[in-house]
Write a new protein. Structure first.
Lengths: 95, 198
């Protein structure tokens, strides 16, 4: 599986609140951040928890400004996100 | 984030024991082999490993560059690895500088580089640390007695997927003639997580 994103890309974390296990932290949902690094390919935990087989997918290191996440703060929070958890950071792709 | 793990630890331990019993009775695992594997892993897993990496990185710029670029490839230079579990885990070492400081957390559970830091401290798994350090890292550091210069930027790393993180602290001033072993002795577990200067 090829990677959709590269370092420097701005991405928005999905807003969806799935009714199953996921590893997209709630505080990051809907927020826009920047891809720092590609980490390789790993099975999606949402699939594994439901015993669905799926191809391993790209995981990215994504950095968010605290102000974007919490409305305040001068620090950053860097989160590891599977490709399914993010979209290009354009208004129409939000969610 | 998920709930308070401390409240469910007893239940979880009971479930693991039950599963282990079933696997043993059906001849799928050898209990002694399981004990040996666990003991061998935990005997090697200690913050002394992380401290050795830091001391070497302080003394050897080439090693520091290799450690920051691809930690898994650099670890064997000191006889270390991120193996020992089901699969080798990806390690990312993040370097503190004059301008920026790093702090590690796992907000979703308690991901931690056990092979290099040993079992994690109880507070690392607490809901208070996990929820607060992403929002107010400066405040949390103050509670650890660490007054970081307000001009220094903080980067919090949430180990939310398969990677594990370790902080490379700044070398203390006035340690120019200190040898590698003595430098390693200066490094604390909290420094490797980022809640202490070293």
């Amino acid at each position: 599986m090829t990677e959709l994103f590269r370092p420097g890309d701005r991405v928005r974390a999905r807003r969806a609140d799935p009714p199953h296990h996921t590893r997209l932290p709630r505080y990051a949902r809907g927020a826009v951040g920047m891809v720092l690094e590609r980490q390789g390919h790993y099975p999606l935990p949402d699939d594994r928890a439901r015993r669905l087989s799926g191809e391993p997918e790209p995981v990215y290191t994504v950095r968010f400004a605290a102000a974007e996440l919490f409305g305040e703060g001068d620090h950053t929070v860097t989160v590891d996100l599977w490709e399914s958890y993010i979209r290009p950071a354009t208004p129409e792709a939000a969610g | 984030m998920s709930g308070d793990h401390t409240g469910t630890a007893a239940t979880l331990a009971a479930r693991v024991r039950h599963l282990e019993g079933l696997l043993e009775r059906r001849g799928l695992v050898d209990p002694q082999e399981l004990d040996r594997a666990l003991e061998a892993f935990l005997a090697r897993a200690s913050p002394a490993n992380g401290a050795r990496l830091v001391a070497r990185a302080w003394l050897d710029d080439g090693f520091r560059a290799r450690l920051l670029a691809d930690a898994n490839a650099a670890l064997p230079e000191l006889g270390l690895s991120m193996g020992g579990g089901l699969q080798e885990q990806r390690l990312k070492v993040v370097e503190n500088t004059e301008a920026s400081h790093n702090v590690i957390v796992c907000t979703l559970c308690s991901c931690y580089p056990i092979a290099l830091l040993g079992p994690s401290p109880t507070w690392y798994k607490s809901e208070a640390y996990r929820s607060r350090v992403v929002r107010d890292p400066r405040g949390v550091l103050r509670e650890f007695g660490f007054a970081l210069d307000p001009a220094v930027m903080i980067n919090v790393w949430d180990a939310s997927a398969e990677s594990r993180y370790m902080v490379l602290p700044r070398r203390p001033a006035g340690t120019g003639d200190v040898d590698e072993q003595a430098l390693a002795a200066r490094v604390t577990r909290n420094g490797l997580i980022g809640v202490a200067p070293v």
